[in-house]
Design a protein around this ligand. Structure first.
Ligand code: FBP
Length: 243
């Protein structure tokens, strides 16, 4: 489960419940998530060790316009001290600043490997040169970048259909692929269908935020999600949990 939105988007993503990190920490645990993505400030004050921590090492706000850059704001050492079992880093290929992020991640990867921590990269093609960040070619390129730079897992956006996502998964080779959730889908079933499709395409799992904690039934959707991802349930079976 991802919960780094307070930095990336600000509190406008939250409601009166999800604005409280404690609610998310409890939800991740009750919903039996196998990872929780936090920035260091939230981790320092709220993380309780119940769900494996994935510490996000870089981040940015959405207040700056133009080609994005996201710089490191937490060290690998600090992440480990906070209890992280893996570290996360976002790269925006296509941005005029991409080389900065690729370089920074290269250093992080070397240190993380020495410390035995897996790396998960959010690879979001973005910037003036990117016309459509979910086109199959662009998403497959993002997946491949993950492999080329040595990420253990890559988090990419959905392309919209199983076949093109399967190509993205193949392009990532032995780097595991997680789908990024995106803004809240029209319905819980529409979101679950998307998850079913990415699993059918060979993804290792999903790393989602808004589609869980913006739902009216966060616990039910967590359970349905786990059933599809971990237990390989069909959409029909999982959907019964929502009714
Ligand atoms: P969601 O499932 O809510 O989309 O979260 C995934 C995520 O990658 C977060 O980790 C991050 O804060 C956010 O999306 C960034 O979204 P974007 O850069 O596309 O606005």
């Amino acid at each position: 489960m991802a919960y780094d939105h307070g930095l990336e988007h600000g509190p406008s993503d939250f409601n009166a419940t999800s604005v409280d990190p404690q609610f998310i920490i409890d939800l991740a645990s009750k919903g039996r998530f196998n990872g929780l993505v936090l920035q260091k400030g939230v981790a320092e004050r709220y993380y309780d060790g119940a769900v494996p921590l994935i510490l996000k090492l870089n981040g940015k706000t959405n207040l700056v316009q133009g080609d994005p850059v996201s710089r490191q704001i937490c060290s690998v050492e600090e992440a480990q001290a906070l209890g992280a079992k893996a570290v996360g880093y976002t790269i925006y290929p296509g941005s005029i600043h991409e080389s900065l992020m690729l370089h920074e991640f290269g250093k992080i990867k070397e240190e993380a490997r020495r410390k035995g921590l897996p790396t998960i990269t959010w690879i979001y093609p973005r910037g003036k040169s990117i016309k459509n960040d979910t086109s199959p070619d662009i998403v497959a390129y993002a997946a491949r970048i993950g492999l080329e730079i040595g990420a253990d897992a890559v988090k990419i956006k959905y392309t919209g259909d199983v076949e093109s996502f399967r190509w993205a998964v193949r392009s990532a080779g032995k780097t595991r692929v997680f789908m990024s959730g995106g803004p809240k889908a029209d319905s819980e079933i529409a979101f679950l269908r998307q998850v079913r499709e990415v699993m059918d395409a060979g993804a290792a799992g999903v790393a989602v935020g808004r589609n869980v904690w913006q739902s009216r039934y966060p616990l039910k959707i967590s359970e349905a999600l786990r059933r599809v991802v971990v237990d390989d349930w069909s959409l029909k079976e999982a959907n019964r949990l929502l009714t």
